[in-house]
Design a protein around this ligand. Structure first.
Ligand code: SAM
Ligand code: SF4
Length: 458
């Protein structure tokens, strides 16, 4: 399999676009407003821009594009860790094989049910199942885990979308994974720089760079329309990683006619037993992270950007304006810790430790609408179908009302204290729905929720 990340080409692009003029940055910014994306060369000009005035222009444009496409919605989810027993030895990760400080744990069916109950009780509707690479976490176990999650009910609540971040598998197993009704299959390349990759992944199946690079191809060949890619920022030069993410996107578009559904932008966090995680080889400053997110927003305007609780509350509040469309909240990274009360060392340390309700309240104070929507994949709006819908901007007639319906459901079932404070936010948001018929139907459905109906969506 060919390495579609041409490192020499990426270095040349970065050299050729070094120290861009204010004029060249402005030209690219203007082009990005057409919402047709940017080439890697254009993105490189923006990544190479450190001059304050131009950088602020990039941030303002990212905000504008985010607002145009996504409005003020922000989708919320939580990770559910199944196992921290790993056959790999990624030097930056607390779960790695040679880190003998970690107490290992593999959740059994009862524990998966308890974790799911605990997450439903917070108000979550969307989970990301995460696991270390463990022979016991095979396709049979994963299928069973997903079945348990979907079948667990707690009060009025249930989990309606499960995304997956587990080790790659073969096409046949990806087909089985698709059959379980998952949303997105996510896998991060960590670093696209091959030598760095080899140095950091010293043993186990994950040490095969090319196999990992093609994992999303296999998932898409198996019919999983929505795949998520990402890089772990801090391992190698962030500009190289952003351009590689764009080349990865172009590769998937060329082969499957559709790019990734999401891009994740995790930054290296401290992890017990990892020197590399404590002193990242290529530290990424807060301003760099803002630039990464803003440039991605301009370059791939319709691709979701995911941010986790690795970042602290203050920075996360800034980053949601710049293009992030999904955030995790109330997260724990140690298997079992939502329900067993243990607060041990997870995969990495969490910087935003607020509960889901605290995050939700903060978001609404900032004028954002928290969304727990799971409608798209349940109504077949995935892959190309999603893009057809997203591109003309019709998203506002689906996603926005769905965000309001799921937020209202959350308020009724989990946060009645906040309901009083957010009444005016909800009515002003209803009035912004462009289609009058959808506007009317949304008001009607919100009324129906107050009479006990649940899970209403367009
Ligand atoms: N084990 C599978 C894998 O590595 O692809 C899937 C789950 S792994 C637990 C999820 C992600 O956690 C990894 O892809 C990596 O990017 C991230 N991660 C590992 N160590 C980290 C650290 N110290 N700080 C931040 N993220 C980390
Ligand atoms: Fe295992 Fe994933 Fe951690 Fe690597 S990043 S050690 S594969 S859990």
């Amino acid at each position: 399999m060919k390495n579609f990340i041409n490192e020499d080409k990426i270095f040349d692009i970065l050299d050729e676009t070094d120290e861009p003029s204010r004029q060249s940055v402005e030209t690219i910014i203007n082009k990005s407003l057409a919402l047709k994306g940017l080439s890697p060369e254009e993105a490189a000009v923006l990544l190479n821009c450190d001059e304050k005035v131009s950088l602020n222009r990039i941030f303002e444009t990212a905000k504008q594009i985010k607002e145009t496409i996504y409005g003020n919605r922000l989708v919320l989810f939580a990770p559910l860790y199944l196992s921290n027993r790993c056959v790999n030895n990624c030097l930056y990760c607390g779960f790695r094989k040679e880190n003998l400080n970690t107490e290992t744990q593999l959740l059994d069916t009862d524990e998966i049910r308890e974790e799911t109950r605990a997450l439903i009780s917070q108000g979550h509707k969307r989970l990301l199942i995460v696991s270390a690479e463990d022979p016991a976490v095979n396709i049979d176990y994963i299928e069973e885990a997903i079945k348990i999650v979907y079948n667990t009910k707690e009060g009025n609540g249930d989990i309606r979308r499960v995304n997956i971040n587990v080790a790659p598998m073969g096409v046949e197993n990806f087909k089985r994974l698709k059959q379980t009704g998952i949303g997105t299959y996510q896998l991060f390349q960590e670093t696209y720089h091959r030598d760095t990759y080899s140095q950091l992944h010293t043993s186990g199946p994950k040490s095969d760079y090319i196999k990992r690079l093609y994992a999303c191809d296999l998932a898409q060949s198996a019919g999983i329309d929505d795949v998520g890619i990402g890089a772990l920022f801090g391992l190698y030069d962030y500009k190289f990683e952003v351009l590689s993410l764009l080349f990865h996107t172009m590769h998937l578009e060329e082969v499957f006619g559709i790019g990734p559904h999401t891009i994740s932008v995790p930054r290296l966090e401290q992890a017990q037993g990892s020197d590399i995680a404590t002193t990242p080889p290529c530290p990424v400053s807060d301003t760099d992270l803002k630039k990464i997110i803003a440039v991605l927003r301009l370059a791939v305007p319709y691709t979701g950007i995911i941010l986790s609780t690795r970042e602290d509350a203050v920075l996360r509040s800034e980053l949601i304006y710049l293009g992030v469309s999904q955030i995790s909240a109330g997260s724990r990274t140690l298997p079992g810790s939502y329900s067993n009360g243990k607060n041990g060392q997870g995969q990495f340390s969490i910087s935003d430790e607020r509960s889901l309700s605290e995050v939700v309240e903060d978001m609404t104070n900032r004028g954002f609408v928290p969304s727990f929507c799971t409608s798209c994949y349940r109504t077949g709006r995935t892959g190309e179908n999603f893009m057809d819908l997203a591109k003309p901007g019709d998203i506002k007639n689906f996603c926005h009302p769905n965000a309001l319906l799921t937020f209202e459901e959350y308020l009724l079932d989990y946060n009645p204290e906040l309901a009083g404070k957010t009444k005016s936010l909800i009515s002003s948001e209803i009035s912004k729905i462009p289609d009058p018929e959808v506007r009317k139907m949304t008001s009607g459905k919100i009324e129906t929720l107050s009479h006990g109906k649940r899970d209403l969506y367009f």
